[in-house]
Ligand binder design. Sequence first.
Ligand SMILES: *Cc1c(COP(=O)(O)O)cnc(C)c1O
Length: 388
Amino acid sequence: MTTHTSSPNPDAGRNASPYLYGEEAAAVADVLQSGQYGHTEVTERFEQKVAEFLGVRDAVALTSGTAALHTALLAAGIGPGQEVIVPSMTFCATVQAVLAVGATPRFADIDPATLCVTDRLVMDSLTDKTAAVMPVPFGGRAVNLNPIRKELADRDIAIVEDAAHAFGSRNGTRRVGATGDLTCFSFGPIKNLTCGQGGIIVPRTRTEADTIRRIQMLGVVQSQAERGQTTNYQVDSFGLRYQMSGINAAIGLAQLDHFEKTETTRRALWRAYRRALVSLDDVRLVDVDVDRTVPHLCQDLIPNRDEVHARLRARGIGVGVHYPPNHLQPAFAQWRRNLPATEQAGHEVLTLPFHQHLTEADIDQVVTAFGQALTEARTTPHDGQPQQ
Ligand SMILES: *Cc1c(COP(=O)(O)O)cnc(C)c1O
């Protein structure tokens, strides 16, 4: 076999990467100049702009997507002795948020076609202790729980959506986040929109918004304006320091101004992959309703995944795996269940480089290398390492 040197293409070498439009740095400099770095009107402006974009009344910005999930579960009153249904096929943050409130994760399987949990799989996982369900619109694909919405409401089970992958995607005609559930987004470095770090919650009611704001402000009741004018402040309840800083919000505001371009570019790149991948045997693209989705990942299911992954990495192609199933992680072993579709996807899923620095020529280069790696993996011993 021939030896491959690293790809000279750094864009194809990254699985994911933030994309800046150019105005973010000046926006951050303005905040630094102002001397006010904490939760200020810049954060509030970001909250309003995101709410407008999603078509909702209110949104509360936090330090991260994980903080958003943690706070949303607290606001929904989830705690010890209760179970929360989560797909095992998600980022570990979904599960850690459940543990953060002292509740127990109950892992659900996925539909192999979409890698998302479905209404039926949620119903199959219900127990007497179920207090919440956390659907994950994986890769940006919306999850439709409408068929079981009434049943969950009758049983007082909250829907707390982990929409970290799905900023901008639609569920039917509405944006994810505007369907009435308690919804959390992440604005981490590689998400569809980035604040550097950050997250946001779409609350269900005004009261819930107030609860979330109190939790993220250390349980302190007075507004910042009031605080300057009194000699004391009152701590009313449990809380954490989870407010988004103006520095992060400024990045998000600049990004949001260009989100239409983000949507168009991500869809075009995803379609370019779909066109190029039809030429490869043995590759099943995880399908996306691309007109309604702002794709976050481009994922395939393939045989010999580990071998192909190693061969592509050796060529400098930034492939990844989203995700090793959570129910097989050591930290979550006590909640292990038999989840056949998740386990199979865990062996077969390969995430191709997907970010806005890529060109369609880069994608052709990735897919050519992918085809070669698949052929080599089919015809050489399976030892998990490329032969040198
Ligand atoms: C990124 C991510 C999170 C966590 O968001 P952070 O902003 O990184 O804390 C949660 N769930 C999923 C599915 C994610 O991809």
